[in-house]
Design a protein around this ligand. Structure first.
Ligand code: G1P
Length: 299
């Protein structure tokens, strides 16, 4: 069985209720951190990791995501005619071109959970393990999280690898949490994981954040997965069922993760990136917000 990761799945069908009214007409994945929408960071991370096929699991009401990620020949032509070739080039480089890039869109019309969203992509994935990227979890650092995760996955230690970070006890109820954790190099071997446990029931503080590399057996597991937390088909539960037979590991990534599914996380990410922009850094300074880089974010 090949360990080469060729496909990335982007579950983007969610309604984004936590950001209403901003997300009434704009998909939450298009909310910007400074000037770049969340989905663009996720796509760039997958491209930099050498992913060949991108599968977006979207919703019919969120056509703007497709319009954002695909090239817009009319817009770039108009920009060039107006002498803005540099802007046109930047847009073209960031977007997918239907001729050269392998991009698929499938629809998840019912909100049945993250596990169900991944299952919706089944017929579109290339052979071998698949990556799943949740654009809400923005991970910034000198090396892309997915690229370093793929390197770790290729060492062949586990069948399912999930990105993980330690969170305070009072936050474990927001995450999938690893159980039976034993360090093994960069990987934390685990015997299972549970979705959104109460702090008193949490098996560890090793929370899962939105990057996964999954053995293709995940699709069979998802086909038969019963609804779990929140009455949804949980990816966590299907991963946990394969922990014994396939091996499960947590990957401690080197970057900093921002929870851009929350207002506080969005603000944190925006402030972080604002420090690199001279005009914005000036504003931060004028408000007495001195530059101090983020070490770890568990918001
Ligand atoms: C999802 C997963 C959860 C994971 C989290 C990371 O939850 O179900 O296991 O820890 O993403 O962001 P959500 O935040 O969609 O409720």
């Amino acid at each position: 069985m090949t360990r080469h990761v060729r496909t990335a799945i982007f579950p983007v069908a969610g309604l984004g209720t936590r950001f209403l009214p901003a997300t009434k007409a704009t998909p939450k994945e298009l909310l910007p951190v400074l000037d770049t929408p969340l989905i663009q960071y996720a796509v760039d991370e997958a491209r930099n990791a050498g992913i060949e096929r991108m599968v977006f699991v979207s919703h019919p009401s969120k056509g703007a995501i497709e319009r954002h990620v695909m090239e817009d020949a009319r817009l770039t032509r108009e920009l060039r005619e107006r002498g803005k070739a540099d802007v046109a080039d930047a847009l073209t480089n960031a977007a997918f071109c239907p001729r050269d890039d392998d991009v698929r869109f499938v629809m998840q019309t019912e909100p049945k959970g993250l596990g169900h969203a991944v299952l919706c992509a089944r017929d579109e994935v290339l052979p071998g393990p698949v990556a799943v990227i949740l654009p809400d979890d923005l991970i910034l650092g000198p090396v892309g999280c997915l690229a370093e995760m793929i390197d770790a996955y290729e060492t062949g230690k586990v069948g399912h690898l999930v990105a993980t970070m330690e969170v305070p006890e009072d936050r474990v109820h927001r995450y999938g949490v690893l159980s039976g954790v034993e360090p093994d190099g960069v990987i934390l071997k685990a015997t299972g994981m549970v979705e959104k446990p109460k702090p008193e029931d949490a098996p560890s503080r090793h929370a899962v954040v939105g990057r996964y590399i999954l053995d293709p057996a995940i699709f069979d597991a998802l086909e038969t997965q019963e609804p779990g937390a929140g009455d949804e088909i949980q990816l966590t539960d299907a991963i946990a069922r394969g922990a014994d037979s396939l091996g499960l590991g947590g990957f401690q990534f080197s970057g900093v993760r921002f929870d851009c599914g929350s207002k506080a996380g969005m603000l944190h990410a925006t402030l972080e990136l604002a420090m690199d922009d001279p005009d914005c850094a000036e504003v931060l300074k004028s408000r007495g917000l001195v530059s101090s880089r983020t070490d770890a974010v568990a918001a």
